[in-house]
Design a binder for this molecule. Structure first.
Ligand SMILES: [Zn+2]
Ligand SMILES: [Zn+2]
Length: 438
């Protein structure tokens, strides 16, 4: 066998690569032992090096063995792709983590479209890889030299950020994670002063309603023009994505937008954030169902049209405190420091109404609708135990069980809130809760 290897270089390399691909550790070690330079040779003319092969096939042990032989961790193939990029492309998270531990550079660009491993993760939708890359970007010199948010919004040769790619490829999980980590929803592919495509154009092209929904809820602009002068709505129509088009039609009222620039929102703890995000999703889905019905489309099976009844009956059963703003939903959010409580939807409405325009967003932080005090923090309200509820029930100062009040005639609990007026009106509506503050 040794002789065979020594006289036929090409054959030898193929043997090596197929042994690497198949994870035959002993075979590879034997080849390396007989020919200590075989790894260097195999990587010198690298259209594909052993490390690339191990990475893209998810051969972790093989990868570690090769790295122990001091193979260059950032070796590139003919497209200037690193082993890290290939591991990410194939979703081999374990290999990817080993490569990063071994010092692989996350800021390398391929020669095909000048894409980084972050672009690959977003394009192929491998959330585990995306998370690992971003946490590396947070903790390494990339953050110092480049800045984390610049890395998240890194552009390829076409000006596309990872968010653009996730939107076009319908990678909803990656899209959500990128938005959460500061990907710019308004990033365009155009240079300064030129029209460019936004992630919303890409989502309209890709046809994922969920991606469109998430981008809109993050404040994406429905009126931005792409290089052909089209708004996202026209793109959705062109590719016959009717449901996306219904959401993107600028003649309809826009969605509730997550008020990310507000300080109290950006400093939410995970639990509160999850609760509010869910409320946002539900509010927007109600609006969405109305739109889809008007556009003569069946509502998405993911979200039934009449959620309200469920929620109402749920709160009826479970004797929990009703929100004193809408009298429909259960109080789940507590305002700090004053301690007033309201439902997630009302909290969100309160914060979202402060932000009709991103440019003026920083101007006004919302105040508590009950006491007009500053909101320093929003937390999840403690759910009352049954004994607490009993006490509350017997208390004469708690006149709040008047559920299904005048607000209930609207089919949507959110409709009652859609005008700022309702909050003003409610602020005057004194309740048992407010009474305790006096
Ligand atoms: Zn409410
Ligand atoms: Zn208050």
């Amino acid at each position: 066998m040794g002789q065979k290897v020594s006289c036929r270089k090409n054959h030898e390399k193929n043997d090596l690569l197929s042994a690497v691909a198949n994870g035959e550790l002993e075979m590879v070690e034997a080849i390396v032992k007989i020919h200590p330079t075989v790894l260097e040779h195999a990587t010198a003319r690298a259209s594909l090096s052993p490390l690339h092969v191990a990475a893209s096939n998810g051969r972790i042990e093989m990868l570690c063995m090769l790295l122990e032989h001091n193979v260059n961790v950032d070796i590139v193939n003919q497209h200037r792709q690193t082993p890290l990029m290939l591991a990410v492309m194939h979703g081999k998270t374990g290999c990817m983590e080993k490569l990063i531990q071994a010092g692989a550079n996350i800021l390398m660009f391929d020669s095909l479209s000048r894409r980084t491993c972050l672009h690959y993760a977003a394009y192929y939708g491998h959330l585990g890889c995306l998370k690992a890359i971003l946490s590396t970007a947070h903790s390494t010199r990339v953050a110092d030299s480049w800045g984390f948010s610049r890395f998240v919004n890194i552009r390829d040769i076409n000006g596309e950020t990872p968010l653009h790619l996730a939107a076009r490829q319908r990678q909803t999980e990656c899209l959500h994670f990128l938005l959460d980590r500061g990907a710019l929803v308004c990033a365009t592919t155009g240079g300064y002063g030129y029209h460019g495509s936004t992630p919303l154009h890409m989502a309209a092209h890709g046809g994922s309603v969920e991606c469109v929904r998430m981008l809109l809820a993050s404040g994406a602009d429905r009126l931005q023009l792409d290089p052909y002068g089209r708004i996202p709505f026209s793109v959705a129509l062109k590719y016959k994505h009717k449901a996306c088009a219904a959401l993107l039609d600028p003649s309809y009222a826009s969605m509730l937008v997550w008020p990310s620039p507000l300080k109290v929102i950006s400093e939410l703890n995970q639990e509160t954030k999850a609760l509010l995000e869910k409320a946002l999703l539900e509010a927007n889905m109600e609006r969405e169902n109305t739109l889809l019905m008007e556009a003569d489309m069946p509502p998405s099976p993911l979200h039934p049209a009449s959620k309200d009844d469920d929620i109402a009956s749920e709160s009826e059963d479970s004797d929990m405190e009703l929100c004193c703003i809408c009298f429909e939903q259960v109080c789940t959010i507590e305002v700090r420091p004053c301690g007033h409580q309201m439902c997630a939807l009302c909290t969100l409405a309160l914060c979202c109404h402060q932000k009709p325009d991103p440019a003026t967003a920083c101007a006004a932080e919302p105040v508590c609708p009950f006491c007009r005090g500053a909101i320093l923090q929003l937390i999840v309200a403690k759910i009352k135990t049954s004994s607490d509820t009993d006490e509350a029930e017997s208390s004469p100062t708690e006149p709040r069980k008047s559920r299904k009040s005048s607000f209930s005639e609207g089919s949507s609990s959110f409709k009652g809130l859609s005008a700022m007026g309702s909050l003003g009106r409610i602020a005057g509506c004194n309740s048992g809760k407010v009474g305790t503050e006096k």
